[in-house]
Design a binder for this molecule. Sequence first.
Ligand code: ZN
Length: 420
Amino acid sequence: MKKLITNANVFNGTDNKLVENVSVLIEDNLIIKIGDIDPSTADEVIDAKGGTVMPGLIDAHVHITLSGSFDVMDSMTREEMAIRSAKISKEMLMRGFTTCRDVGGNTLGLKNAIDSGYATGPRILPSQAAISQTCGHSDYRQNQAQERLANGHEDSPLMKSGTFKVADGRTEVLRAVREQLFKGASQIKIMAGGGASSTFDPLDTLQYTLDEMKAAVEAASDYGTYVAAHIHTTPAMLRAAEAGVMCFEHATIMDDEIAKIIKDKGIWVVPSYFTASLIAERKIPLPNEETYKKTERVGKAMFKSADLIKKYGIENLAYGTDCVGTSNVHETQMQELGAIEKTFDTITALRMATSNCGRLFEMSTYQHPYQEGKLGQIIEGAYADLLIIDGNPLEGVDCVMSDDAKKVIMKDGEVYKNTL
Ligand SMILES: [Zn+2]
């Protein structure tokens, strides 16, 4: 089956200029040619009417299964979590996100259901359970710590569901990482320091010893993939960089030393400017005053770190929203694009949400579930994951953020929206 998009300009995901007035030929699920193409060679023609073809958006930091507030999730059955997740993933695709990396949640089943057509949603690169130490950011027994510690490691619904996992010491960490790989993780997520939204672990706490982190990195790299770490502070980032962690989630409180190391080692940074500001403005419900204070600190620090990212020319930046909660929280997913444009510039925002994520995901090598084509680019041989926008995204991301201007959403060669 060949589809031809005619009368289009192309933003290829990397270049700061459009390829003007071309056609894009799609065979099944791949882009096979871009240029001047005879329409009679195609089975179906989509007239883009001078709109811009750009890569489908990619979010490198989502938690699709975290579909309610933490206390609600603590009493949710797995079936309810699955049903909510299916809704959230469908809405994500309909916003224009054709791929996401889930960094904490038992999403393999959902991914498989989407890939085989039983559910609608983006491609998912699952991390499976986010792994932390006892009394770490994903030790979700804290609500009733006394009783739950007595009952062992798994006595929390969120831990039983495979959302979070506790492992201590080299041996347990190796096993926990290998278990997630066995369950289909594309990359490994660990918690390498205190959290902002959690009730009990102060931001400045260091979580995981150097040796434990090295164990996680060893088990991941033996399987061809990498470790992404939830991390906020410079001391935690220095330790993680030494251990070989290649992706820093949040990376909020940086100094010059760590910014330079991040640049030199090519470590990826996945900041969340919009969610940070939302939380800091107290627009997302948090458990208590302490968590509000922590998130306010993170929100303010994040913009200082952005200055260091610019100062040291850190280019390994990926789009990540960290939307957690009900479907109306996930609705803010698009706002990050505007927040990045405001913090950096238009092309940085567009690259972060497209080709940069595609490059980041290539670090999963043979754990990468989508190896047939490139992700996040409009080039020959890329997956036919694309949007047709009424407007020029390079002149500002507003047209990408607007539902009306997003005329076509295509994933894997299949059209999910067409209002042309
Ligand atoms: Zn997160």
